[in-house]
Design a protein around this ligand. Structure first.
Ligand code: LLP
Length: 421
């Protein structure tokens, strides 16, 4: 359940009419519901009740510091993948001992930043990284807490571009080599082995891949303990999917996912970390856009909107489906028609949906793209010199701009014409 509903025929975010926000900031924009976000966190957190756990929000999904602050205040930690994300988490008031650092290519600078300012653990993905981390920690006179991310060679059954747990993917250390790399880690002076990390992919709509991966982690925990490692923390990654198509998708519930965790690793006396991203923010956000033109093509009707692939790239990149609904509720007797919903960017890939049944939306009126709170704003670019679109947070009957639309002048000013021209 989310808080985007029609009231008196107008789509609202909580108690605020989308039309009111549009009048204040113009379109396109992202809008997030604090109540929805809070609810998602609580449902997930409660599902894990009874297990010693920390939810480390994968902030790559939506890293606006207002969003981080809401989650941080609810008790979340953060999963970061860059020095930039680390600093954002800090700016949102998250303490270092609740930040885990993931990613295959951490640099020395990023490692040092995190060690100096506090870190819960590094999720290390290769022997080479381990060696560098040891050197960095030694040079700072510190000890770096680590898990090794293992690649369990499990098929996550998700889109190829967001599957990470197969042996052909670039992520983690093959689970077959884990024992060897753990013993190398244990021999390093400035490394403290605290646990195991695994993440098999994103938008998983089936629990079995999780079960398979977590079983392998449980077996590895026992083996590593026999080898003398003090395995006390398991980072189980993120990846639980969300419904993008409410009519025909029902991904597993958090409580069923929690059951899998309980059944596979619940008796190991480990602290559990989970890194959900999409699950928390995905359905807490919409992207709102105005129709610029309706255009009839050869056997097709195009709806050209003022948002484009640079604002929400998921359809172009992953053939992702986002529900598109009118901001002014269609009347009961208005009939749907098939539209190709496209943006103004000069590429055929700038298509949000093909042959999508929608009731007519007149030029100048608005549509909303649902499930746009995760991997929407964060993946936006300024392609075609289109400014990043603003982000709005709604809380009850209040709304606030949490990231403003930059001016075109500001964008152009970032470029520099060298002296010789
Ligand atoms: N942990 C790690 C190590 C990850 O790489 C990711 C996502 C997550 C957690 C969070 O996964 P989630 O719970 O959000 O599924 N841009 C793509 C998704 C990329 C996911 C990358 N890693 C999309 O728009 O679908």
């Amino acid at each position: 359940m989310d808080h985007f509903i029609y009231r008196n025929g107008i789509l609202h975010a909580e108690d605020v009419a989308i039309t009111e926000i549009a009048a204040a900031v113009g379109t396109p924009f992202y809008v997030y519901s604090q109540a929805t976000l809070t609810r998602h966190f609580r449902v997930f957190d409660e599902a894990l009740n009874g297990m010693n756990h920390l939810i480390c929000y994968a902030m790559k999904a939506n890293s606006n510091i207002a969003i981080l602050k809401i989650l941080g205040d609810l008790g979340a930690g953060m999963d970061v993948v860059s020095g930039g994300e680390y600093l954002r988490a800090k700016a949102a008031g998250i303490s270092g001992d609740k930040i885990v650092f993931s990613g295959v290519g951490k640099t020395r600078e990023e490692m040092a930043l995190a060690i100096k300012n506090g870190i819960r653990q590094f999720n290390v993905e290769s022997e080479a990284e381990l060696k560098v981390l040891n050197e960095v920690a030694l040079s700072l006179g510190a000890i770096a807490p680590i898990t090794l991310r293992v690649n369990p060679d499990v098929d996550a059954k998700t889109h190829a571009k967001i599957a990470t747990g197969k042996s052909e993917n670039k992520f983690g250390i093959p689970i077959s080599k884990a024992q060897e790399v753990y013993s190398i880690a244990a021999s390093m002076e400035a490394i403290d082995v605290v646990g195991i990390d695994v993440h098999i992919g994103s938008q998983l709509t089936d629990l079995e891949p999780f079960r398979l991966a977590y079983k392998k982690v449980a077996e590895l925990t026992k083996v590593l303990r026999q080898d003398g490692h003090n395995i006390r923390r398991l980072d189980l990654g993120g990846g639980l999917g969300i419904p993008y198509e409410s009519s025909n998708q029902s991904p597993p519930l958090p409580e069923d996912y929690a059951k899998v965790i309980h059944e596979t690793v619940g008796d190991l006396d480990c602290e559990i970390e989970i890194e959900p991203g999409r699950l928390l923010t995905g359905n807490a956000g919409l992207m709102v856009s105005s129709v610029i033109y309706n255009k009839s093509g050869e056997g097709r009707d195009f709806m050209i909107v003022d948002a484009a692939m640079n604002d929400l790239i998921r359809p172009a990149l992953y053939e992702a489906y986002h529900e598109i609904i009118p901001v002014i509720e269609s009347t009961e007797n208005s009939e749907t028609q098939d539209y190709d919903i496209v943006g103004p960017v000069c590429e055929t890939g700038d298509t949000f949906a093909n042959k999508r049944a929608l009731t007519p939306v007149a030029d100048g009126e608005m549509v909303a793209f649902r499930s746009a709170g995760a991997y929407g704003a964060v993946m936006a670019s300024e392609y075609n010199t289109r400014p990043l679109i603003p982000e709005i947070l709604v809380h009850g009957d209040q709304f606030s701009i949490i990231r403003d639309r930059p001016s075109i002048e500001a964008i152009i000013k970032r470029d520099i014409i060298p002296d010789w021209l």
